[in-house]
Design a protein around this ligand. Structure first.
Ligand code: ZN
Length: 397
């Protein structure tokens, strides 16, 4: 039993690492460059108008034509060139250089479907009906996200994409599979579960904080309690979204992890994203890195914008600042909102106090390579922010 499990895990490691090179030219036909499909915001139906044969952009299985499927889902703000990039270039699904800000929400929805389709155990979503059900799931997740400046569907997909990046790193894959988080699950199931947790992790976020909920004695506070109010709500939404999409029924054949475990684990992953619990979770991780590894990976993915290239990181920082200002303006005057420090100073402080200790803790868990790589990126961004930190108005941003 032990031997067969070890074999299954190591085969999963090599399959994950190989995935980038697995597809053949036959799987993905190259779209013509510079055509109408490159116009931002163009509709698929418009971009294909008048063509006798639409270029085929296919899923990894090579059988399903993606653009037709997108059209049938009424995703209007989709550029063929971007979809081709998502399908052809693994960097868009795995790479830390993913340029989220250059994708429309509809395109990010397709990206999320592609990530889930490739992670799903036993290729259960490889036929057209399966893919439609994935589109439905992602669509229903997107529908509960609110148009906040920061905590919106764009952030959810970004966190998911960063998790996908982490899971493309060999040291992470090996440790995740070795950790197994104390329950039986195949490598594919873990990967799928992590991505599902990421896309649901801020479901229905209202652009405020747990402190805000307490200060305002809000309806959410009444319903979900004083501790981790928002995370409990996100987890509640996640469970309902997963159950009503019947995702678990789809992956059940051949699964070694039952539905209850899957839902419990998604809940626990979402609960780990509460920043008020940051120090406690970091201590627990240091004490038992293996048992807490998956929780740490979602935490890192959640704050990963400080590791993105500076242009991306800057946009995320400004979105978060805008959201916090909005939340402060909603506080009753009696609660006296404290003015936020200048943006650069705020990001540098967050990077040093929260992000770097989190990243450094990965080294204790045997992930030295990933820890080093992410630390270097955060330090480089801190150096960029320092150019502005002396000026409270952050000119030039
Ligand atoms: Zn988040």
């Amino acid at each position: 039993m032990l031997i067969s499990r070890t074999r299954a895990l190591s085969s999963s490691v090599s399959r994950w690492s190989r995935a980038a090179n697995d597809r053949t030219d036959a799987d993905v036909a190259v779209l013509p460059t510079g055509g109408a499909g490159t116009v931002p915001g163009s509709r698929v139906s418009q971009t294909t108008k008048g063509r006798t044969a639409r270029p085929k952009v296919r899923f990894a299985s090579g059988r399903i034509e993606l653009l037709g499927l997108i059209e049938s889902r009424k995703l209007r703000n989709v550029r063929e060139s971007k979809i081709a990039d998502l399908v052809e270039k693994d960097q868009y699904l795995n790479d830390i250089e993913f340029d989220n800000k250059n994708f429309s929400l509809d395109e990010l929805q397709v990206a999320a479907v592609l990530m889930l389709e490739r992670a799903a155990p036993n290729a259960v979503f490889a036929d057209k009906a399966g893919l439609m059900s994935l589109f439905d799931f992602v669509d229903s997740v997107r529908a509960v996200y609110k148009p906040n400046p920061y905590h919106d569907f764009r952030h959810a997909v970004d966190v998911m994409q960063f998790m996908n990046h982490l899971l493309s790193r060999e040291d992470v894959v090996e440790r995740v599979l070795a950790a197994g988080q104390g329950f039986p699950a195949s490598g594919d199931e873990l990967r799928f579960m992590l991505l599902v947790a990421c896309i649901c992790h801020d479901a229905a976020h209202d652009g405020t904080s747990n402190l805000f909920q307490r200060k305002t004695n809000s309806e959410l506070f009444e319903r979900f309690g004083a501790e981790s109010t928002l995370e409990r709500m996100h987890a509640w939404y996640a469970e309902n979204l997963i159950e009503s999409a019947t995702l678990l029924e789809a992956i059940k054949p051949g699964s070694v992890m039952d539905s209850t475990q899957f839902l419990q684990e998604v809940r626990s992953l979402i609960m780990a994203t509460d920043m008020e619990k940051h120090s406690a979770l970091l201590s627990t991780f240091k004490a038992s890195p293996s048992a807490q590894l998956l929780n740490m990976l979602i935490k890192i993915s959640d704050i990963s914008n400080v590791t993105r290239n500076f242009d991306e990181a800057k946009v995320w920082a400004k979105r978060l600042e805008a959201e916090m200002k909005l939340a402060n303006s909603r506080l009753p005057p009696s609660e006296g909102a404290t003015p936020a420090p200048p943006l650069a100073q705020n990001v540098i402080g967050f990077s040093r106090m929260f992000a770097l200790p989190l990243i450094d803790s990965l080294a204790n868990a045997g992930l030295q390579e990933t820890s080093r790589a992410l630390r270097a990126r955060i330090e480089s961004n801190i150096a960029e922010w320092e150019r502005f930190s002396g000026d409270s108005l952050n000119p030039g941003l």
